[in-house]
Design a binder for this molecule. Sequence first.
Ligand SMILES: [Fe+2]
Length: 255
Amino acid sequence: MSESFYDLVQLTDPHYMEDPDGRLKDVHTRSTFVQVLTAALAESPPPVAILLTGDVTQDGSRSGYEAIRNDLARTGVPVWCLPGNHDDPAVMAEIMAGDGFNYCQPRRLGPWEVLLVGTWDGDRGGGRVGEAGLETFARQLAASEAEHILVCLHHQPSPMGCRWLDGVGLDDAADFMAVVDGDERIRGLAWGHVHQALDEQRGAVQLMSTPSTCFQFMPRQDDFALDPQPPGYRPLRLHADGRIETAIRRVPVGD
Ligand SMILES: [Fe+2]
């Protein structure tokens, strides 16, 4: 029996620390993540999976990944994740896989395929898909028999209009976008990294960035500035006809 839609939620940039009670920019990152997660899972109907688009930890620490894995595993909802620049891909791939956790592998939802593209290129702020990554991405597209495709990644593949952040975006965005433009089944690109919301259209493709679950960056700034807005998440309803219905939900949090 086929469903008419599939609900996901994107949570991003939780920045767990080696000390799970650690604070970053005066935010208790684990506490705010759990509060945002609780709100996201109260969506009705509940999501079939959680998309976690990088900077899962601030420091690549095992204890950080173990803490977030425990917090997520307790929900029973599958987690599909990819690394951000702050992550350690080897440690993350080991801990955030198996038993409901998917690290960077394609996932099928009825007529939809969700692809998770790695952009980690060292802990240097910016990222790259790289030659091997672009080949993998193209191979996954070629192998997919889905009618519609959602692509998730960490770094922004198109400018945010925020000078300092656009200096640490996706270095090979043009090569990545050339692959995206070559497959008209791609309906949306969703990313993290920028700690702010963006919804734009590029032809038939929805471009989406999502607030962090901890602290936010002020949009359209030349230099780094924090935004006092609360954290948030993005519900994504993937309709069987290829439409993506989405929104940004802000979650007022306490410590
Ligand atoms: Fe981040």
